[in-house]
Ligand binder design. Structure first.
Ligand code: ATP
Ligand code: MG
Length: 420
């Protein structure tokens, strides 16, 4: 993409009413627009990141055996009344509205009820199990506080997967695999070293649920980490019984602020028994399907990555989800600089590299500052001085490391940097 064509502009200052670092930087760099508190619009650069995150996670879900669907955002009151969750006393963050005929509908906060009911049409026997179903969808929650930018939205993108198994034993195997896959995902997006499997409230069915908590001062949760065992306990469940059941001792735990980027839950037969999702087992008897759910807040994850990796100059994206891999900064307005930039741009694009070319007629200092703010992992500086010696300058955004590369070696070097 040519930057002269990009309609978004960078801002020197963040809006005064925006207190969170993630929203300040994302707004300044033109990735998101704040529609109102807790509601953000994704602009071209921001949408590219969101799509890359979605694609990376989609691959992992497919490898786990997941099948993708898209459930509705408008939800049927009747399903939720069956499980008791329509009540505002039970779930207090619904957005509800009315049809013209006066009947109430809800805007989706989560999808256990509709998916479980939908499967009544498709699951009869043990041969139909297990099945793992997931989606990417906007959720709506009437959150009380929305001061954390895209970490806590009133409308936000979530990946939610639901597992349907024959037995607890089968469920447990999948659950363990899901934990590994989640760790993988968080490593691939650059926050593996600060994200901990965290034991948390299990609700009515199991002892614990598992949160994936990323350490950051921007987080609203407090967790206690055993750095050697690489697990943590959420403050909400921290007590002597829990510590001894997990074989942890209080003096080895460090307290940290953290944000929940993912959450996995054993649901057991909580929904299947109420909504009638049963199957005939090998033995001939009718059993309830054994369920689990597995969430990742995609937009929250994007904000968490910003909180974790950005620096005083701006955003820093890991290659795996960056809006572009290379940012070509055309410095100087003469013919040869513009020709070389365009040639290299075309070569990279032909090789499938995502390139942003800053071809705007502005001074070099502004280009460097904007590039640091936008945070593309590789900056390529093409100036008169460089090309007179047949070289271009490659600079790693994250480390500031600079290498001078022969024009003929540019493609190979860039492809290597992308792979690493
Ligand atoms: P929290 O405890 O932070 O309120 P939750 O426990 O209600 O979140 P879940 O219902 O388990 O969250 O949702 C799955 C995932 O969706 C969470 O792990 C989180 O990453 C994300 N998420 C939840 N609420 C929000 C929100 N308001 N904005 C953005 N992401 C969210
Ligand atoms: Mg939670």
């Amino acid at each position: 993409m040519k930057q002269s064509m990009l309609f978004t502009k960078t801002k020197f200052e963040a809006p005064k009413d925006e207190v969170s670092k993630n929203a300040q930087l994302l707004i300044r760099a033109g990735f998101v627009h704040k529609e109102m508190a807790g509601v953000y619009v994704y602009l071209p650069l921001g949408l590219r990141v969101l799509k890359n995150l979605t694609e990376l996670i989609r691959k992992e879900m497919n490898d786990l055996g997941g099948q993708e669907i898209l459930l509705s955002s408008l939800q049927n009151r009747v399903s939720w009344e069956k499980t008791g969750r329509w009540s505002d006393q039970v779930v207090d963050n619904w957005f509800k509205t009315k049809l013209k005929n006066g009947s109430e509908v809800g805007l989706a906060t989560t999808h256990e009820e509709p998916l479980t009911e939908l499967l009544l049409d498709h699951i009869n026997s043990y041969r139909d199990l297990p099945v793992y179903i997931y989606q990417f969808q906007n959720k709506f929650r009437n959150e009380e506080r929305a001061k954390s930018g895209i970490l806590r939205g009133r409308e936000f993108l979530m990946k939610d997967l639901y597992s349907f198994s024959e037995s607890e034993a089968e469920h447990n195997k999948f659950y363990e695999k899901a934990i590994d896959v989640y760790h993988n995902i968080f490593s691939k997006v650059g926050i593996g070293d600060r994200t901990y499997l965290t034991f948390s409230d299990g609700g009515s069915f199991s002892d614990f649920s598992h949160e994936f908590q990323m350490i950051t001062d921007a987080g609203e949760d407090t967790i206690y980490i055993d750095k050697e065992k690489k697990i943590a306990v959420n403050e909400e469940v921290l007590n002597d019984d829990v510590l001894s059941s997990l074989d942890l001792s209080r003096e080895n735990l460090v307290e940290e602020k953290a944000v929940e980027v993912g959450n996995i839950f054993t649901l057991g037969n909580k929904f299947s028994s109420t909504l009638g999702l049963s199957f005939s087992a090998k033995t001939g008897e009718k059993n309830d399907v054994f369920m689990g759910c597995y969430g990742i807040g995609i937009s929250r994850l994007m904000g968490s990555i910003v909180e974790a990796l950005s620096d005083e100059k701006g955003l820093v994206w890991p290659m795996s989800i960056a809006p572009f891999s290379v940012h070509i900064l055309q410095v100087g307005l003469n013919e040869s600089v513009s020709q070389t930039s365009t040639d290299i741009y075309n070569t990279l694009v032909q090789e499938g590299v995502d390139v942003l070319l800053d071809d705007r007629q502005i001074n070099a200092g502004e280009k460097f500052a904007d590039s640091d703010l936008i945070g593309v992992p590789v900056q390529m500086i093409i100036s008169e001085k460089n090309i007179s010696s047949g070289e271009v300058e490659l600079k790693e955004r994250a480390t500031g490391k600079v290498v001078m590369v022969d024009e003929a070696q540019v493609l190979d070097t860039v492809l290597r940097m992308i792979k690493e």
